[in-house]
Design a protein around this ligand. Structure first.
Ligand code: DQA
Length: 139
C-alpha cells in the first residue's frame, strides 16, 4: 500500500511554531516514528509552502497512490485550486488538522478540501495523521 502525507505552509516549523497549539515535536521525528511503526506501508512525505507545488504533488500522486493524507494548513481555508485538485484525482484524500480548527477563529471553520475528501480528522494533535493512516488500513 502506497500512501503519501502532504503538508502545506508553515508545517515545516512544527516543534518550533506555536507549540501550545501544534506541540513540540518536529514532523520529521514524528514521521520517522510512523514509518517504523507501519513498516509494511510504503509511506512518503512531502511539504511545501507553495500552493502550486502542493497541487503538482497531489496531481502526481493522485492517480497511482492508494491514499493521500493532506494537511493543506492555511490553504485549507482559502484555496479553491487545492479543493479542485482533490476533486480531480482518483486517489482518496483524507484531510487532517493537528488542532481543532472548529474551536479556533471562524475563518478556520471553512474548508475547501472537506467536500471532496473521503473523510476529515481534526484536533488529535500529530495523532490525526496516524488515525488517517489507520483508516486506509481498515479498507
Ligand atoms: C492546521 C490548521 C490551520 O488553520 C492552520 O492554518 C495550520 C495548521 C492544523 O493542522 O491544525 O497551519 O491545518
Amino acid at each position: 500500500m502506497k500512501i503519501i502525507i502532504i503538508n502545506g505552509p508553515n508545517l515545516n516549523l512544527l516543534g518550533k511554531r506555536e507549540p501550545e497549539v501544534y506541540g513540540k515535536e518536529s514532523f520529521e521525528d514524528y514521521f520517522n516514528t510512523l514509518k517504523t511503526k507501519y513498516s509494511t506501508i510504503e509511506l512518503s512525505y512531502y511539504q511545501s509552502n507553495v500552493e502550486g507545488k502542493l497541487i503538482d504533488k497531489i496531481q502526481e500522486a493522485g492517480f497511482s497512490y492508494d491514499g493521500i493524507i493532506l494537511n493543506s494548513a492555511a490553504y485549507t481555508h482559502t484555496s479553491i485550486a487545492i479543493g479542485d485538485v482533490v476533486k480531480a484525482i482518483s486517489t482518496p484524500v483524507i484531510e487532517v488538522h493537528i488542532s481543532n480548527t472548529f474551536s479556533r477563529e471562524t475563518f478556520r471553520h471553512q474548508s475547501y478540501i472537506s467536500p471532496n475528501a473521503k473523510g476529515v480528522i481534526v484536533g488529535f494533535g500529530l495523532k490525526s495523521y496516524e488515525l488517517a493512516l489507520q483508516s486506509f488500513l481498515l479498507n
